[in-house]
Design a protein around this ligand. Structure first.
Ligand code: AMP
Length: 301
């Protein structure tokens, strides 16, 4: 089963305590699509400007990512710049330039309108909504990602979108911000009242807490000796989860547990290099090997 993703395709400038890199291939849809492509075909909907390098497109084309829905518009590509603190977890966004993404009117190729798995990657809720509205019928699974910027600036649109969302993925501080509740279990339960049947709260190096009506469960992050650049880890986490669910064509509680562990594993790979550099060097068998190691690490008794 293919997965449809809408989100940003962009150029990132990333600064860590030990390095500074510019014009990297980035964007929420890019990281998601690459991660999900280990499991399934991905149809990507986004927009870039005329300055977007062709070699970046070919990184995705070489994988199972269909770019028929990637529009090229007159103007500049979405740009994001961030600087990581010494702990390689906290970061400051130095600049976000929406550029052509600011006026993006998503146009879905006809075949995309019938897809069953839809990922609304981080981006303006108005754009996420337009994609949902363009679908021929309600998809089997709608997974939405969001961030503090949209909770802050476009809350009514976001709340409207949550009514049509099956799974919401967000980080711990965003869950607290959205609900005003500090305890993540309480925040998650509050979000369930807003529409989604499952909430996945990301806790960075501490893994993730999944809250749904069967109760919570926890999945650790795969421990790394060195983090080079964690940009995109959240999108890769979602890509691993949704790619696995689409591959299995099943969303039972046990499949969801395995899917979140896969998300955790794919996210760990992306932290080992800038942009997609680490992910482009691995294959599905590497993901599966690391998945087995993760299972071994959490085995008790
Ligand atoms: P993550 O580290 O998972 O939060 O993802 C970072 C990626 O998301 C970067 O490659 C950015 O280009 C992109 N990004 C950053 N801010 C936004 C935003 N406000 N909307 C959409 N994408 C964004």
């Amino acid at each position: 089963m293919s997965v449809l993703v809408v989100g940003t395709v962009g150029l990132d400038n990333v600064e860590t305590p030990s390095a500074k890199r510019e014009d990297l291939l980035g964007g929420s849809a890019v990281y998601f699509a690459y991660a999900a492509s280990f499991y399934t075909r991905v149809e990507l909907v986004s927009v870039v400007g005329t300055d977007f390098p062709d070699e970046h497109k070919s990184v995705l084309e070489k994988r199972n990512v269909d770019l028929a829905g990637l529009e090229v518009a007159q103007g500049k590509t979405f740009r994001w710049s961030g600087r990581y603190h010494g702990n390689m977890i906290d970061r400051d966004t130095l600049e976000t330039q929406l550029n052509v993404f600011g006026s993006f009117e998503p146009k879905l190729p006809e075949s995309y309108r019938h897809l069953e798995y839809v990922f609304l990657a981080n981006g303006p809720p108005a754009v996420q909504r337009k994609v949902l509205d363009a679908m021929a019928k309600r998809p089997k699974m709608v997974v939405t990602d969001t961030m503090n910027l949209w909770i802050d600036t476009t809350r009514p649109e976001l709340e409207d979108l949550l009514k049509d969302t099956d799974v919401l993925v967000l980080n711990d501080s965003e869950a607290r911000m959205l609900t005003g509740k500090h305890e993540l279990l309480a925040a998650g339960r509050e979000i369930l009242k807003m529409g989604p049947s499952t909430v996945i709260v990301k806790k960075g190096e501490h893994g993730a807490m999944v809250i749904h009506e069967d109760g919570p469960f926890l999945v650790p992050a795969f421990p790394l000796e060195e983090v080079v650049d964690p940009t995109g880890a959240g999108d890769c986490f979602a890509g691993g989860i949704m790619g696995y669910l689409a591959e299995c064509e099943d969303a039972s509680p046990s499949t969801l547990r395995r899917a979140v562990a896969h998300g955790s594993v794919v996210a760990s790979f992306t932290c080992e290099g800038f942009s997609l550099e680490a992910l482009t060097g691995i294959e599905r068998k590497d993901v599966d090997e690391r998945y087995e190691k993760l299972l071994e690490m959490v085995r008790i008794g």
